[in-house]
Ligand binder design. Structure first.
Ligand SMILES: Nc1ncnc2c1ncn2[C@@H]1O[C@H](COP(=O)(O)OP(=O)(O)O)[C@@H](O)[C@H]1O
Ligand SMILES: O=c1ccn([C@H]2C[C@H](O)[C@@H](COP(=O)(O)O)O2)c(=O)[nH]1
Length: 282
């Protein structure tokens, strides 16, 4: 129909936009890899041996970043200050693993603005602003090219939506229209773009432990976080990853109790190393 963009055209435009942004922006990873829209029929695949970025197909019909879909993806999930960064730091010393921390520095400074601080000051006004940017930067993290065969990420686009957006909405701090717009974006992204996750490692802590560690870390924006906020986040994580009643699970879950002191946690990580890395054989 004249003047009406088809889903495919919109999709093509979105990819071009991503590429154009990557070419001139310093804040998101450059999107120079070849992208293909997975075909619905595997038999229709064209594959040229020897060309790692040749056209590949997927049975899902989703956009696939060539080559990256073969790599194992492990997401470390948990409450604020549960020890995710510390865990990633530990595994960063392992060859074959590339760790991708949460892009918190971007959330604290986007072109001179601090949406993280604004959200904590006035969630009703700035919740959508922060979470829109979180969604974009997490998507960028999921789609970035890495050299290593195993990608270990701090959180995911899924927890941004299922935990943080959900928490703002359910606590009455996000207007319904903001929630609807964010949900439309999230649904479009997850319907049209392949975001594979092979394993979720859940660092399970009590909200009290996180509150203590949060105070110890002393991040300026987070000084206003009360224990009740961490309790809500904890409950949402438990519903998603343990009770499995709230939202779809993108991958199997490995639970690691994480209230212990640092020494014991490092020991637990070592004990679970094989289980975690076996995600790369899946
Ligand atoms: N097992 C632990 N015991 C005590 N303190 C810890 C432990 N793990 C991390 N910390 C400290 O708690 C704070 C939050 O840890 P961090 O790894 O930054 O959490 P996250 O990335 O989940 O927000 C940091 O100051 C860190 O040094
Ligand atoms: O979707 C999100 C993800 C994170 N945040 C906030 C929560 C914390 O204040 C920081 C970073 O979290 P860490 O657990 O310390 O890594 O970002 C959010 O508001 N929305």
């Amino acid at each position: 129909m004249p003047g009406t963009a088809t889903r495919g055209m919109l999709f093509g435009r979105c990819v071009k936009l991503l590429c154009a942004h990557g070419a001139r922006s310093s804040s998101l990873s450059p999107s120079v890899a070849v992208w293909t829209k997975g075909l619905r029929t595997p038999a229709a695949a064209t594959f040229t041996p020897g060309q790692s970025r040749a056209v590949r197909t997927a049975v899902t019909g989703k956009l696939v970043r060539n080559g990256e879909d073969k790599k194992a993806v492990i997401c470390i999930e948990g409450n604020i200050a549960s020890g995710k960064t510390t865990c990633l730091e530990y595994f960063s010393k392992t060859s074959n693993i590339e760790v991708l921390t949460e892009p918190v520095s971007k959330w604290r400074n986007v072109r001179g603005h601090n949406p993280l601080a604004l959200m904590y000051q006035d969630p009703e006004r700035w919740g959508i602003t922060l979470q829109t940017y979180v969604q974009l930067t997490m998507l960028d993290r999921h789609l970035s090219s890495i050299a290593a065969p195993i990608r270990m990420m701090e959180r995911s686009i899924f927890s941004a939506k299922y935990i943080f957006v959900e928490n703002l909405y359910r606590s009455g701090k996000m207007p319904e229209v903001d929630y609807a717009v964010l949900s439309e974006w999230f649904d479009w992204i997850t319907t049209n773009i392949s975001i594979p996750v092979d394993l979720i490692v859940y660092l399970q802590t009590s909200p009290e432990t996180c509150h203590e560690r949060l105070k110890q870390r002393c991040r300026e924006e987070e000084k206003v976080i009360p224990l009740e906020y961490l309790e809500s986040i904890h409950q949402l994580y438990e519903d998603w990853l343990i009770k499995r009643t709230s939202a779809p699970l993108p991958a199997p879950v490995l639970v690691i109790p994480a209230d212990h002191d640092l020494q014991k946690m490092l020991h637990h990580y070592e004990e679970n190393r094989e289980k975690i890395l076996s995600a790369s054989y899946l």
